[in-house]
Design a protein around this ligand. Sequence first.
Ligand code: DC
Length: 213
Amino acid sequence: MIITIDGPSGVGKSTVTKALAARLGFEFLDTGAMYRAVALAMQRSGVSLDDFAAVESALSGMRIEMPPGRVLLNGEDVTALIRSPEVSQGASKVAVIPAVRHFLAAEQRRIAEGRDIVCEGRDQGTFVFPNAERKFFLTADSRVRAERRANELKAKGQDVSVEQVLAEQTERDHRDAERDLAPMVPAQDAIPVDTTHLSIAEVIEQLESHIRR
Ligand code: DC
């Protein structure tokens, strides 16, 4: 059984996905981490993200593995490295490239094949798993999302202002929603959940009760 959770950054997708998967006894897949790994690989090899042909040819030498909670790029654990602001922007830039999307969508379908899994991202319920058994689309007020993200970063010792996070988030949201292939939009049969005034525990509760129903 495949459950998809899509939505913009800062809505709590990752936390909710992991907790929901644990409650259901399912596996989980963070597909944003895969775009991040591609962006890191391109940055390391000096490939310009505007050069779609160069990015496409660099994909052929790339192996991304997703053991639970970790990301391996050609065998190297890059789980922490892919969380920098540079990689966040890079991920949303490589995500507009159709060859990257087709490459990662194929990987995601291969990983999920025959499994009980919760997959989170931007296009899981629309492009990658249109026949998923349950689909959710999480939203939240953009300032609230930026505040959540700034607090997360503060907890990790990175002092960035809410305004700064909001500016980067707006740029990414725009790019994610406006691209031609598999833009970030709710699937027609996705259940919308506005998390602005909900705690993480309440969001998990809502999703779980939808699924058990
Ligand atoms: O969820 P995240 O912030 O880790 O995602 C990083 C970027 O990857 C995001 O800006 C858009 C892109 N992405 C995507 O295009 N499709 C997905 N299924 C997941 C992420």
